[in-house]
Each structure stands twice: as C-alpha cells, then as structure tokens.
Write a protein that binds this ligand. Structure first.
Ligand SMILES: Cc1cc2nc3c(=O)[nH]c(=O)nc-3n(C[C@H](O)[C@H](O)[C@H](O)COP(=O)(O)O)c2cc1C
Length: 203
C-alpha cells in the first residue's frame, strides 16, 4: 500500500461533532505544518499546543509538568520555555537532558510527542532581554518568589540578594524526533519525523 494514500477506517476516538477538515497527504508538508503550528502556538494564547507537558527523568522514575511554549526556532529545530532556575525540573535536566514534550490540539486533532534534548540557560545575554520583556507582565510573578518552587511554605527562607532575575532561566529544547498522531473521522494517522526523514507509522 502506498503510505501516502492510505485511508484508514473510521476512528471512534475522533472528536465528535467537528467538521472534517482536508487532510495533509504529503509527509514533507505535514512536517512543515507541524512547525508552522508550533510557531503559531508560541504566539496565540488559545492554541492547543501553547501548553505542553514536559516529561523528565527523576532518578529512576518519570516526572512531568505543564509548561508554556514561549519561543519556536523552526530553522534550529528548537523550542524554548521559561522556568525558575531553582525548580526540580532544572535539577533533573542537569542529571538527564533527554526528555519528552507532549501536546494535544483539539482544533487540529493532532497530538505531538517530541523527543528533546534540554539545556538550561542562565547566561546574562539570554536572560536579560527575555526578562526585560517578561517583567512587565503578570507572568513575572512566577519567578519572583523568595521561596524555591516546591518548598513547604513554612520553611520560608528569604532570598538573600540578587533579585528575581537570578531565578529566571531559559530552557532550550532541541527537537530530536517528532511523533505526530492525528485523530480523524476517516481513521487515525501517525507519522515520525527525525534526522533520518519522514515515515508513516501504524497508529
Ligand atoms: C497552564 C500552566 C502553565 C505553566 N507554565 C509553566 C512554565 O512555563 N514554566 C514553568 O516552569 N512552570 C510552569 N507551570 C508550572 C509547572 O507545571 C510546575 O508546577 C512547576 O514548574 C514546578 O515543576 P517542577 O517541580 O517539576 O520543576 C505551569 C503550570 C500550568 C498549570
């Protein structure tokens, strides 16, 4: 069977009551569409991919949490989000930089599972311009707590000096592989994109 022309049977998991949209048949176009949608997600508050679940390794177990997609550099295959440098995820990434980003967009009916290599960046030239933009927004509060994230409130130890910007960190997520899944009334489709190319895979 020509994988470009496969028409799977009806998928009962496909969202009900939505108008079926034309499906992208070319793997190359699909790959580009994923990156375009990621770029949109970093700009549009209500995009389904704006919030991603970031899975990391915590010693010998999995951990996960939601983060907001802040920047997308399609040419460099890199996503960026912001965090508090004192948070657990930062320590986990220091031990094991390989992680997974997971997102679902109801409008597209697309799930994205990204294999990523994570890097914490607290360098002044990275932090300064981003913090300058962020500090005027309500989101700045997330990085201004005197307590590190996750600490019991009773154990409050105030930050000695340095100010909130010292807690602000940029996380770069280099995308190593993309696992794309589409739910659709005509049946699900799944594809994998990585350095080797693009391939349809069994959903
Ligand atoms: C909608 C939503 C968006 C969030 N965005 C971020 C974010 O961009 N960066 C971040 O560090 N934490 C974000 N959080 C909080 C994290 O999910 C998590 O609770 C916090 O970062 C501590 O995680 P950790 O202990 O695993 O480091 C967000 C939570 C929600 C519910």
């Amino acid at each position: 069977m020509n994988p470009e022309r496969r028409r799977p049977t009806h998928d009962p998991r496909a969202p009900q009551g939505t108008t079926p949209v034309a499906r992208i048949e070319s793997l190359g176009l699909l790959r580009r569409a994923c990156w375009l949608e990621l770029e949109r997600a970093a700009q549009e508050r209500d995009h389904g991919w704006r919030t991603l679940a970031l899975a990391t390794v915590d010693a010998d177990r999995a951990d996960a949490r939601v983060v907001i997609l802040r920047e997308v550099d399609a040419a460099a295959q890199c996503l960026r989000f912001y965090t508090d440098a004192r948070s657990r995820k930062v320590a986990q990434i220091g031990q094991q930089p390989l992680g997974t980003l997971l997102a679902w967009c109801p409008r597209l009916s697309w799930q994205l599972r990204l294999q990523v290599r994570l890097r914490i960046d607290t360098e002044e030239r990275s932090v300064q311009p981003r913090w300058a933009r962020l500090r005027m927004t309500p989101a700045a509060q997330d990085y201004m707590s005197p307590l590190a994230p996750g600490l019991p409130l009773v154990a409050a130890e105030r930050e000695p000096d340095g100010g909130p910007r010292t807690n602000f960190a940029v996380v770069h997520a280099e995308v190593l592989g993309v696992d794309w899944l589409e739910l659709h009334a005509d049946g699900p489709r799944r594809a994998r994109f990585d350095a080797q190319g693009e391939v349809w895979i069994q959903p």
